[in-house]
Design a protein around this ligand. Structure first.
Ligand SMILES: Cc1cc2nc3c(=O)[nH]c(=O)nc-3n(C[C@H](O)[C@H](O)[C@H](O)COP(=O)(O)OP(=O)(O)OC[C@H]3O[C@@H](n4cnc5c(N)ncnc54)[C@H](O)[C@@H]3O)c2cc1C
Length: 382
């Protein structure tokens, strides 16, 4: 069997690794647009259980991926200058480039051919392949060209994001809400290496316009954000890595495959950084796709239909949560008058996946503080 893959991100690499690992006779080649040492972004974060599926199917890959990861048990929210700690929210963090390096090294060890620095323009170059995996990310140009077959929906969210790094150590993962003269800036910050933290800045369209980010160059935007978060950065600089402002697009597709061509990872559908599961989903997709292909040898349409049948329900659920989470950030200025404890509880319950009962079990002190502020009807407020 021959497999051609457009895009050497977590989705394409995990599929290639899995296919070659279980059947060394499969010919797998990847074409990746960027150079081997180039990566967009800084660190990525996973919930503590997010990579357990990799451990279940591939303990050695899991060990290699998690070797350098940083684990923290809690997160913190800073609202109105007050910090609320949220224990029992464990996250693992690592540099995106380290994840890619491990996956690329393991693929090459198994004989996957990876060609760097070339963009796939048309799928003709995979004409000899039994399976073509389109894993070229959220802005997939190939999906756009084949839109008549996949019928994608691109939901461009209104908020603006800039993905910076910093040398300030954000332990634990921090969500910082800083009002400023032009509106509100939000930072999602966490340390992912001994020396660096991710510092993702978010703002709504009215803050973006009032601050004039649309008219500033990249350096001026970075300096503006440094000023607003001066207290949090404590003298450390923000760092840029193609950190231009962008709006996040929630991608979904009515059809996941066309003949022997299948979408995978972010090309197929995106979550949102605020629910932090994109990389996990991309890797889970890859493992599920391989399983479906292995179960239906010689019958690609059947295999791809099975892949979609198995993955679509979970994917739809996560996307619905991602949209609810996105909306919470988009409308957060309506909640800025909440006290810090009520604000933190509102944040935790934003997608509907965490209930007040869950908070009671996970963090009795926070639940008690919330109950004291919101006594049931009839009971006196403290
Ligand atoms: C600001 C931000 C923060 C995030 N934070 C997290 C996080 O904390 N945790 C998490 O799990 N996820 C996070 N994500 C999401 C995560 O980055 C993606 O979900 C994940 O990378 C998807 O993997 P992928 O392989 O599908 O796509 P990508 O990682 O986008 O990889 C696609 C690859 O295809 C290549 N490519 C593109 N076009 C072509 C072409 N025509 N030909 C050949 N190659 C091509 C690209 O160079 C790229 O290497 C974040 C995303 C953003 C934007």
């Amino acid at each position: 069997m021959r497999v051609g893959i457009a895009g050497g991100g977590p989705a394409g690499l995990t599929f290639a690794w899995r296919a070659r690992r279980l059947d060394p006779t499969i010919d797998v080649r990847i074409v990746e647009r960027d150079r081997a040492d180039a990566t967009y972004g800084w660190g990525v974060v996973f919930s503590d259980t997010a990579l357990s599926f990799v451990r279940d199917v591939a303990p050695e890959l899991h060990a290699a991926i998690t070797a350098g990861q940083i684990r923290h048990e809690s997160m913190r929210i800073v609202h109105r200058g007050t910090e609320v700690m949220l224990p029992n929210n464990a996250f693992l963090r690592m540099a995106r480039i380290d994840l890619l390096r491990v996956l690329r090294r393991e693929c090459e060890r198994l004989g996957v051919a990876i060609e760097y620095g070339r963009r796939v323009e048309a799928l003709d170059e995979f004409g000899d392949c039994d399976l073509v995996v389109v894993a070229d990310g959220a802005n997939s140009a190939i999906r756009t060209r084949l839109a008549a077959h996949f019928d994608p929906t691109l939901d461009v969210r209104p908020n603006w994001l800039a993905w910076y790094g910093t040398t300030q150590a954000f332990d634990p993962l921090s969500l910082v809400f800083r009002p400023c003269a032009d509106g509100l800036l939000i930072a999602h910050a966490y340390r992912y290496s001994p020396t660096h933290s991710t510092f993702l800045v978010e703002c709504d369209p009215s803050t973006y316009a009032a601050a004039g980010f649309d008219r500033m160059d990249a350096d001026a935007s970075l300096r503006y954000c440094e000023r607003v978060f001066a207290e949090d950065l404590a003298g450390h600089p923000l760092l840029s890595n193609r950190s231009d402002w962008f709006r996040y697009t929630i991608v979904s597709n009515r059809r996941w495959s066309w003949g022997r061509v299948v979408l995978l990872g972010n090309a197929l559908r995106t979550g949102h950084p605020s629910v932090g599961s994109g990389t996990r989903l991309a890797m889970q997709d890859a493992i599920a796709l391989h399983q479906a292909v292995a179960e239906s040898p010689g019958d690609m349409p059947r295999a791809l239909a099975a892949f979609e049948r198995r993955r679509r329900p979970g994917s739809d659920t996560l996307q619905a949560a991602a949209v609810r989470s996105t909306r919470w950030y988009e409308t957060v200025r309506e909640r800025l008058d909440l006290d810090p404890v009520s604000f933190a509880v509102d944040y935790l319950t934003r997608t509907g996946h965490v209930t007040h009962e869950d908070i009671r079990a996970r963090d009795p002190a926070l639940a008690a503080a919330f109950d004291a502020l919101h006594p049931p009807a009839g009971e006196p407020r403290p």
